[in-house]
Design a protein around this ligand. Structure first.
Ligand code: RTP
Ligand code: MG
Length: 140
């Protein structure tokens, strides 16, 4: 498997608890490299656009409110098989089901306030990276 890129968000529950470094360390220890990073306060429009695939889901409104409740850190991660690797490091969406040692097992508060987002396919990773970063902001 060749080197790949994926997109990550450190969510407001984690930035609020000053866990940006702790979460990033788990990503780095898992073999991923941060090749772009910025801290943002998302607007409602940005969060709605990012999560547009979920707009019919019952939790959409709450998810958008949560994602704009504080700062996020958006990152591009690079590494071998990065999309799947990042999902392993993150753990299951619901921290109650997440494996030991994963970010969500260690740090998440709930199924919604689950500390991180990670792209679920290479195609979505490319779309999500382009949503937040210009090519020249990514330095591999
Ligand atoms: P993500 O997209 O954030 O990496 O997480 P995921 O693939 O594991 O989960 P997904 O099904 O894509 O859901 C996106 C985010 O919506 C929130 N959520 N809330 N209240 C609920 O039942 C519920 N289900 C999902 C979580 O913040 C989840 O990460
Ligand atoms: Mg998802």
């Amino acid at each position: 498997m060749a080197t790949e890129r994926t997109f990550s968000i450190i969510k407001p529950d984690a930035t609020r608890r000053n866990l940006t470094g702790a979460v990033t360390t788990l990503l780095e220890d898992g073999g991923l490299r941060v090749v772009a990073s910025k801290r943002l306060q998302l607007t409602k429009e940005q969060a709605e656009g990012f999560y547009a695939v979920h707009r019919e889901r019952p939790f959409f409104g709450e998810l958008v409110s949560f994602m704009i409740s504080g700062p996020v850190v958006v990152q591009v991660l690079e590494g071998e098989n990065a999309v799947a690797r990042n999902r392993e490091i993150m753990g299951a969406t619901n921290p109650a089901n997440a494996d030991e040692g994963t970010i969500r097992k260690i740090h998440a508060e709930s199924i919604e306030a689950n500390s991180v987002h990670g792209s679920d396919s290479a195609e979505n990773a490319a779309t999500e990276i382009a949503y937040f970063f210009k090519p020249e902001e990514i330095v591999g």
